[in-house]
Design a protein around this ligand. Structure first.
Ligand SMILES: Nc1nc2c(ncn2[C@@H]2O[C@H](COP(=O)(O)OP(=O)(O)OP(=O)(O)O)[C@@H](O)[C@H]2O)c(=O)[nH]1
Ligand SMILES: [Mg+2]
Length: 654
């Protein structure tokens, strides 16, 4: 493993958490500790804020709080040294932090908790801790206890150093004596903290058993080690609005967050991580890089090719940057060989960790250009945007000929359309994408079909007798023949089969037909007028007629859906699933996410259009799902009739 040896290192944190919990404000406050106001956050996109604290450089990646943009957070987690999960102090809101805890755990990156908005908090700190703990696979260790004046939190006692601080809004907190009435609570908190840590440290366990007081420095060391090994998660609290508690968090990050060297090892010794790319007007593709080389200059080799110019990743009009220090971040222009979400050595690409993958699409919509002239531009632009955003899929649907955009929801889709319009100059419309129907038959029919034409020159003659009947669901189409005595000569049989297959393309209800078996058992031919073409027409005509007589029925696609949500919502999922004609198959605890259940259900294809909205309403926005096609199932009644009528109108229009 290469070790970074440069004297200047930049550490990087990803700040994630629910919407409006105060992530951006927290980052502003961190940067303001030494007087630097970072540029404002772009609407629903990643913001990089660079600042220094006590002689060290930091980059904070400010992630949007909407789960529709969770891919951005995953991109940030990929390259960060540590994650700060910002949570609300209200225990009722702990569930909103659950998906973010899950996300940070996915990447197994060391993480800190920051309980923000303590200025508004009327709850006991232990309440919020135990509520958050129910979603964390690792013990969350509260490192402070609040000092209260009535209900208000006016300071904090540090449980490792035993020092107490009184908040002074907008200024550094004041060191005070631990208030007498807090001594019991402090002792209790410290005992809990040491006990949690001692589960991962034999020396500390020994000290506790022997009733000795472990040295503060040693306890800090254990905190840092258990954090780096992802055994514990330290938690601090404060208020981004008043600036209280921010220094304490920064100091903890400074002493305990891993170094770029550690992250480089975690990322398979990558020399750079490309964690984001965006297309910008007049600039082209910009690639955000975190460098794990001692110094990365423009023109240096990354991924086997030289990087173009480097610019500050911050601000509206970014300035050119000569080089990036170890662990630092910049965006690169003219570096089209680099892609978002990829790791690089100097000479090539390095495999990304297994956990880093795309979120499956949750909402499929058709998309088209408002002006036909923009069709080609749209397809090129979508290709480019999909490369920037793994949580977006673009599929060309063969059956309908439409382009289908899979997004994470309405906000995500809106942003994509905005980018298409503002950057690529393409106005677009979207519409519902309906999963495809099929039809089949439920009875057997026996058909005698003759194709005969006598016009002008050579005539056409083919006569077939065949049966059509239902095949097992999923068997598709099967053709057989039991011709005796050459009534249909061997050489014409493939033409009959071809005609039969053509008849399956559109059945009597207007949809492709599946799961049918056709048997050709007799017929007649003419020595001059019969031909492949004539038998093909007879095969097609015979099977089409047979399908009409064999009680056709509509088939709707059924998907197996896995709903993932905190267990508190499992009860609310049942009525939601039933109301959408779904059928629950069962539910389990999620093996790798504390406090989550996975509910498996069979859902009709029509329900997918509204599924994410319904799921979000039932789960305070935190649920998600994956759907895989399972099988086709017969659909009867009014709903089926309406679908067939609609199809007839569409087919008439084509
Ligand atoms: N009272 C109080 N208000 C806060 C605190 N932190 C942030 N706010 C306010 O809460 C609002 C939302 O804060 P942001 O920092 O934008 O929240 P965010 O987490 O970045 O939100 P998204 O980017 O939308 O996910 C702003 O009006 C902040 O001023 C805090 O500690 N106390
Ligand atoms: Mg924000």
């Amino acid at each position: 493993m290469t070790r970074l040896g440069g004297s200047r290192m930049t550490r990087c944190i990803a700040v994630i958490g629910p919407s409006a919990v105060g992530k951006s404000e927290l980052i502003d406050q961190m940067a303001m500790l030494e007087g630097k106001r970072p540029p404002a956050a772009p609407p629903v996109d990643l913001r990089c804020a660079e600042f220094s604290y006590l002689g060290e450089n930091w980059v904070a990646l400010d992630c949007p709080g909407s789960l529709e943009f969770a891919q951005i957070a995953l991109d940030a987690i990929l390259c960060a040294d540590a994650v700060v999960i910002v949570a609300s102090p209200d225990p009722e809101q702990a569930v909103l932090a659950a998906p973010w805890i899950r996300l940070a755990e996915t990447g197994n990156v060391p993480r800190f908790f920051f309980v923000n908005r303590i200025d508004e908090c009327r709850h006991d700190a232990r309440g919020i801790m135990s509520a958050i703990q129910s979603y964390s696979t690792r013990p969350i260790i509260l490192r402070q206890v609040p000092i209260r004046d009535g209900e208000r939190v006016v300071g904090a006692v540090d449980l490792v150093s035993d020092r107490a601080w009184r908040y002074r809004d907008g200024e550094p907190s004041e060191l005070i004596e631990v208030p007498d009435d807090l001594r019991d609570r402090q002792a209790e908190g410290r005992e809990e903290l040491l006990e949690s840590l001692s589960e991962h440290d034999d020396w500390l366990l020994e000290e506790i058993i022997e009733d000795r007081t472990p040295a503060t420095g040693a306890v800090y060391g254990i905190c840092a080690r258990t954090l780096a090994e992802n055994l514990t998660v330290p938690a601090f609290f404060g208020s981004a609005a008043t600036g209280n508690g921010i220094r304490r968090l920064m100091k903890a990050l400074r002493h305990e967050a891993p170094q770029p060297n550690d992250t480089r090892s975690r990322l398979n010794d990558a020399s750079a991580a490309a964690f984001m790319s965006r297309t910008r007007m007049h600039v082209g593709k910009l690639v955000w890089l975190r460098s794990f080389a001692d110094e990365l200059r423009s023109g240096a080799s990354v991924g086997g090719n030289s990087v173009g110019g480097l610019v500050e990743p911050f601000g509206e009009r970014p300035a050119a940057k000569a080089s990036i220090d170890a662990g630092g971040v910049a965006s690169a222009v003219k570096s089209d060989h680099l892609d978002s979400g990829c790791l690089y050595s100097e000479t090539g690409q390095i495999e990304s960790p297994e956990w880093y993958k795309a979120f499956p699409a949750l909402w499929n919509r058709t998309i088209s250009a408002v002006h036909d002239r923009d069709d080609a531009k749209l397809s090129e632009a979508l290709h480019q945007i999909a490369a920037e955003d793994l949580s977006l899929t673009v599929i060309h649907d063969q059956e309908s000929g439409q382009v289908v955009l899979g997004s994470q929801g309405s906000q995500h889709l809106r942003r994509i359309q905005q980018t298409l319009s503002e950057i690529f100059g393409v106005e677009t419309d979207t519409g519902p994408f309906v999963a495809h129907y099929r039809e089949t038959i439920t009875q057997k029919a026996d058909i005698h079909f003759r194709h005969k034409k006598q016009s002008g020159g050579a005539g056409q003659f083919a006569d077939v007798k065949l049966t059509v009947g239902p095949a097992k669901r999923g068997d598709g189409f099967a053709f057989s023949e039991t011709i005796h005595g050459g009534s249909v000569p061997r050489n014409y049989i493939p033409a009959v089969q071809l005609g039969a297959e053509e008849a399956m393309a559109r059945g009597p209800l207007g949809f492709p037909v599946i799961d049918v078996q056709v048997n050709l058992y007799d017929g007649q031919h003419h020595s001059v007028d019969s031909s492949d073409m004539a038998f093909r027409i007879a095969g097609r005509g015979g099977v089409s007629e047979g399908l009409g007589k064999a009680q056709p029925v509509l088939l709707e696609p059924i998907f197996e859906v896995r709903f993932r949500a905190p267990s508190v919502f499992t009860g609310a999922l049942n009525p939601m699933i039933s109301s959408m004609r779904g059928q629950i198959l069962g539910f389990d605890r999620e093996a790798d996410a504390e406090g989550w259940d996975v509910v498996r259900a069979l859902m009709p294809g029509t329900s997918l259009e509204g599924l994410i909205n319904n799921l979000r309403s039932a789960t305070q926005g935190v649920g998600r799902y994956e759907a895989d096609f399972a099988h086709f199932q017969e659909l009867y009644g009014r709903e089926a009739d309406e679908i067939v009528e609609r199809r007839a109108e569409e087919n008439a229009r084509r």
